[in-house]
Design a protein around this ligand. Sequence first.
Ligand SMILES: *[C@@H]1O[C@H](CO)[C@@H](O)[C@H](O)[C@H]1NC(C)=O
Ligand SMILES: *[C@@H]1O[C@H](CO)[C@@H](O)[C@H](O)[C@H]1NC(C)=O
Ligand SMILES: *[C@@H]1O[C@H](CO)[C@@H](O)[C@H](O)[C@H]1NC(C)=O
Ligand SMILES: *[C@@H]1O[C@H](CO)[C@@H](O)[C@H](O)[C@H]1NC(C)=O
Ligand SMILES: *[C@@H]1O[C@H](CO)[C@@H](O)[C@H](O)[C@H]1NC(C)=O
Ligand SMILES: *[C@@H]1O[C@H](CO)[C@@H](O)[C@H](O)[C@H]1NC(C)=O
Ligand SMILES: *[C@@H]1O[C@H](CO)[C@@H](O)[C@H](O)[C@H]1NC(C)=O
Ligand SMILES: *[C@@H]1O[C@H](CO)[C@@H](O)[C@H](O)[C@H]1NC(C)=O
Length: 395
Amino acid sequence: MSGQPRGYTDLDAPYNAGGNSAWLEKQESRSKRSKWIVIGSFLGLLGLIAIGVALGVTLSRKSSSSSKSSSSGAVNQTDPNDPSTFEKNPNLHQSFYGIAYTPEGSQYPACGNSLDQVITDIQLLSQLTTRIRLYGADCNQSALVLEAIKQTKVNMTVWLANYNIPTDKTPYTRQKQAIQEAIQTYGTDHIGGVTVGNEFMLNYLNANGASDPNSAVGNQGAALLKADIDDTKQMLKDMNVNLQVGNAEAGSYFNTLVLEDVDYGMSNVHPWFANVSIDQAADWTWEFFDEQNVEPAKALSNSPKMYIAETGWPSNSSDAGNESNGPSTASTANLQTFLDTFVCQANQNGTGYFYFEYFDEIWKDQQFGGVEGWWGLFYANRTLKPLTIPDCQSP
Ligand SMILES: *[C@@H]1O[C@H](CO)[C@@H](O)[C@H](O)[C@H]1NC(C)=O
Ligand SMILES: *[C@@H]1O[C@H](CO)[C@@H](O)[C@H](O)[C@H]1NC(C)=O
Ligand SMILES: *[C@@H]1O[C@H](CO)[C@@H](O)[C@H](O)[C@H]1NC(C)=O
Ligand SMILES: *[C@@H]1O[C@H](CO)[C@@H](O)[C@H](O)[C@H]1NC(C)=O
Ligand SMILES: *[C@@H]1O[C@H](CO)[C@@H](O)[C@H](O)[C@H]1NC(C)=O
Ligand SMILES: *[C@@H]1O[C@H](CO)[C@@H](O)[C@H](O)[C@H]1NC(C)=O
Ligand SMILES: *[C@@H]1O[C@H](CO)[C@@H](O)[C@H](O)[C@H]1NC(C)=O
Ligand SMILES: *[C@@H]1O[C@H](CO)[C@@H](O)[C@H](O)[C@H]1NC(C)=O
């Protein structure tokens, strides 16, 4: 490899535009998804971007329900009517700082999620971590998660999220209302913050033929994003609620004006997409995050707290052709290596990360193929993959 690739994106926005076809067409016509384009030096480092990633085509309700995975039997309860009496799986350990989670069936407008499934998920997740983050607020997912935390009585903090887009206020406003109602119903005891935006800048730049988040074009996108961030802050203020407001972005795409406007930033850092071999993956992830996110954030007057929003490794690919990305290869053995080299080490040195991700997501495999649907610790049916979960109590 000539020069270490330092950019990447995740390709897995769990949201679809829900009728915003202009934005969608633009994304799709620009390039086929998952095509990597070298954009040359970026922040003095090589950057890569993938095009047309965030907003996928709408899965019909039919296809999503016909492929629905089953969670029944994944967790047993001594009292079938009391979700707090769930049996613990001795193979699970509360070793993860946090985990990235989207309830099955939370892609608007198809939806189709259920409290029963979310309860199962929270029962399993609570055996691995005390923190989860969501990506959006469609399909009532904020309330479902908070209700499941209430019924399971677990120690869990959730970072709610509003997955806004540059070209249409409707998704933002719809999710804002859902978040407001969830806070009114459940209070803030189990909420760590509200994240506004998921790879908003990456998508805005791609759609406008630009790559530098702090260019003039970047600052135009940032103004749109900041308007929604500020509106969410105002909503919380009006509710007399004290919650942190943050933003999630691809690791190389944070705009400074946005970071100056938030309490925290969540950064996607993906060694697999950056063509890093598994034996270097954990170190690369930590170094990338430190250099590109932690140190720059420290230099800002508001010093936003930085988290890794996503990091992980795929266990499989739907086709052999996409199993490897340069030296990075999808396999269960490599996923195990990433767990063994990243999780407890990152806990020890105080990195706040959300492991990507809880379970394999069938809708992503159907929509995107390749490795997209295979990042889970659990299979889609909530069976643990043949993995040894690291055993170290997370901070
Ligand atoms: C739940 O209980 C049934 C019946 O005892 C058992 O077969 C099954 O393996 C248990 N499931 C789990 C996840 O422990
Ligand atoms: C709950 O988890 C948090 C970390 O998220 C930890 O600080 C706290 O001590 C835990 N509470 C209990 C009762 O275990
Ligand atoms: C959202 O979920 C909560 C918790 O399960 C439930 O009480 C509420 O009725 C749901 N709202 C909608 C619109 O489905
Ligand atoms: C922190 O942990 C990561 C692995 O998660 C490791 O690569 C890195 O070297 C550690 N940093 C320090 C300063 O110990
Ligand atoms: C891996 O993906 C292939 C292709 O989709 C599939 O046939 C196989 O069942 C998957 N393996 C596992 C363990 O899920
Ligand atoms: C990463 O790997 C892919 C697939 O092998 C290749 O097309 C691409 O050029 C590689 N990128 C870099 C920066 O090495
Ligand atoms: C899979 O590989 C093919 C051929 O290299 C490529 O055209 C396609 O975009 C890849 N798909 C994904 C999801 O990476
Ligand atoms: C869950 O899915 C995995 C992978 O497809 C499979 O090997 C396993 O048998 C399934 N478990 C159950 C309980 O259906």
